[in-house]
Design a protein around this ligand. Structure first.
Ligand code: ASP
Length: 585
């Protein structure tokens, strides 16, 4: 070993020990006859001291020549520091250096490699390998590592078998575009990268594997956001001979295990809510339950009093923002402008201030009496000192707008505490979702999700009303996982494809293998997949999953470090029988 200890290890009790350390020069402080070097590795920082007199001249000069990020090895003795630094674990000691070897010099790094850095996002991504030297970045990946290990521990203890499934496959319909890979040996044919291992894990159930999991890369060609990357990781799971209840309990167990063992948080009970209620009360299929502000539908109270906007609305919704009754005119105007932005799209915002003296002051006083407003307060649960905010319009948009406003108010009022965790199962999702663009139904989860038995007759009469045996795990407004009980017989699977607009031939061509497998004794089965990167981000208290990925891509799907995607040589294209003819779009 080139070192006897790490840079995070030595303490006062090690005084007088002769040690050899190796690492990176974080900082050099040169006071003439006295040079301090902060030596860093993955484990911490240890201070080295080179002192005139006790250190020979050549050594002192060598120390003076060190630059940031030089890789060095030093031998010396552990001594007690005169001025201690209680901010770091090694802060009571320093190493009185007796030798110094430069293992590798470094160019001046493009940004300062410390917690506080001068490097912007783009630069840090270009030199991600340097960014990863920073504690705060490395710690995030260590958290990810811990979560991975604890996941494997739990799953193994529950008798799950980790099986790897192929990456070069054909399309899996998870609702996104596929990334495709041309096949050289089959000219003109393409593999697709898995959007998830969905069909494989179901086939493993047919194989009798019974309990499968895999921590696996998935690929989806979608527009990117803070919580989306073109390649991301799932904890993918499937079980046979189970009911929905068994799955919820098993994976609540996993979530609890991770919270206890990684985050040291004792998770409270995981609440449950139907999709229909989530939409009705929060306007959102992934409600953030860290705060209340439940929607109150005010049609009965607000219509028929001569206020045309409410009278014409399909839905009038109010929420009570606790303690916001003191909002100034200016603040309310700003909120109104906020909801009117095109991204939200509301036409206006009605407010009612609940005064401390029990009276109400609203922007629609002309139409509503104090009694009327009192009824709104009762329905929204508003008390003196609160602010009622009301939106109206068609039901779908109003719910969506109110959901955004609710989240904003939660944020503004400091109610979205990153150290509070409110997990929730959202259940009974609709099986199908109408797509305006293509004018047909799509599977809301995926085509392998089973409808609720009692709703199957509705497939013919009212497909949009059919509920699925599907569930999502939501934590703090973030969808962490989702799954379903699957269809496991050919006729039902065929029926499903029919309702999704597949012809029999198309269904056979794309998913014939699965339907055939269902004819060889497929057990009832179901499963779930967790978005592992998102899970890590929630644990780390961050909105961006990028921080938890060693080498992420930017907003345009580029890896700016290795400069990918990139063109390929004509020779390669030829081998693949591919001609590139770019059309301007
Ligand atoms: N394959 C699904 C997904 O990626 C999860 C599941 O149904 O198990 O969302």
């Amino acid at each position: 070993m080139l070192r006897s200890h790490t840079c995070g290890e030595l303490r006062l009790t090690d005084t007088n020990l002769e040690v050899t350390l190796a690492g990176w020069v974080q900082r050099v402080r040169n006071k003439g006859g006295l040079i301090w070097v902060d030596l860093r590795d993955r484990y911490g920082v240890t201070q080295l001291i080179f002192e005139e007199g006790s250190t020979d001249k050549a050594l002192l000069e060598k120390a003076a020549s060190l630059g940031r990020e030089f890789v060095i090895q030093t031998k010396g003795k552990v001594i007690e520091r005169t001025s201690k630094n209680d901010k770091i674990p090694t802060g009571a000691i320093e190493i009185k250096a007796e030798s110094l070897e430069i293992l590798n010099a470094s160019k001046v790094p493009p940004f300062i490699i410390e917690d506080e850095t001068d490097g912007g996002d783009e630069l840090r991504m270009k030199y991600r390998y340097l960014d990863l030297r920073r504690n705060i970045v490395r710690e995030k990946l260590q958290l990810r590592h811990r979560m991975m290990q604890e996941t494997r521990k739990y799953m193994d203890a529950q008798n799950f078998i980790e099986v790897e499934t192929p990456v070069l496959i054909k399309s899996t319909p998870e609702g996104a575009r596929d990334f495709v890979v041309p096949s050289r040996v089959n000219p003109g044919e393409f593999y697709a990268l898995p959007q998830s291992p969905q069909t494989f894990k179901q086939l493993l159930m047919v194989s009798g594997f019974d309990r499968y999991f895999q921590i696996v890369k998935c690929f989806r060609d979608e527009d990117l956001r803070a919580d989306r990357q073109p390649e991301f990781t799932q904890i993918d799971c499937e079980m046979s001979f189970v009911t929905q209840e068994d799955i919820l309990n098993t994976f609540e167990g996993l979530v609890r295990h991770l919270f206890t063992n990684v985050k040291e948080v004792q998770l409270e009970e995981v609440q449950r809510m139907t999709f229909a209620d989530a939409m009705k009360y929060y306007g959102n299929d992934k409600p953030d339950l860290r705060f209340d502000m439940k929607f109150a539908e005010l049609n009965a109270e607000a219509q028929g009093k001569g206020f045309p906007i409410f009278d014409q609305a399909e839905l009038v919704i109010g929420i009570s923002a606790t303690g916001a009754g003191e909002y100034t005119r200016k603040q309310i105007d700003a909120l109104t402008e906020w909801v009117k932005r095109p991204q939200i799209g509301a036409k206006g915002l009605v407010y009612v201030k609940c005064n401390e003296d029990g009276t109400y002051k609203s922007s629609v006083d002309k139409f509503y009496s104090q009694e009327d407003l009192k009824a709104w307060a009762e329905k929204t649960g508003a008390k003196a000192g609160d602010l009622i905010l009301v939106l109206s319009g068609d039901a779908k948009s109003t719910r969506k707008q109110m959901s955004e406003l609710r989240l904003k108010m939660g944020e503004d009022l400091g109610l979205r505490d990153r150290n509070v965790f409110k997990p929730l199962w959202v259940m009974d999702f609709p099986l199908l979702e109408w797509d305006e663009e293509t004018q047909r139904f799509h599977a809301m989860h995926h085509p392998f999700t089973s409808p609720k038995k009692e709703d199957i007759p509705l497939l013919e009469t009212d497909p949009g009303a059919v509920r699925a045996n599907a569930y999502d795990l939501v934590i703090n407004g973030v969808e962490i996982g989702g799954g379903s009980i699957r269809i496991h017989d050919r006729p039902t699977q065929q029926l499903m494809f029919k309702h999704l607009g597949f012809t029999e031939e198309e269904a056979q061509k794309q998913f014939g293998f699965l339907m055939e497998a269902f004819e060889y004794g497929a057990p009832p089965h179901g499963g779930i997949a967790f978005g592992f990167d998102r899970f890590c981000a929630i644990f780390g208290g961050s909105d961006s999953i990028r921080d938890y990925i060693a080498f992420p891509k930017n907003n345009s799907g580029r890896d700016v470090m290795i400069d990918s995607p990139s063109t390929i040589a004509d020779e390669q294209l030829k081998e693949l029988s591919i001609q590139v003819a770019l059309k301007k779009v």
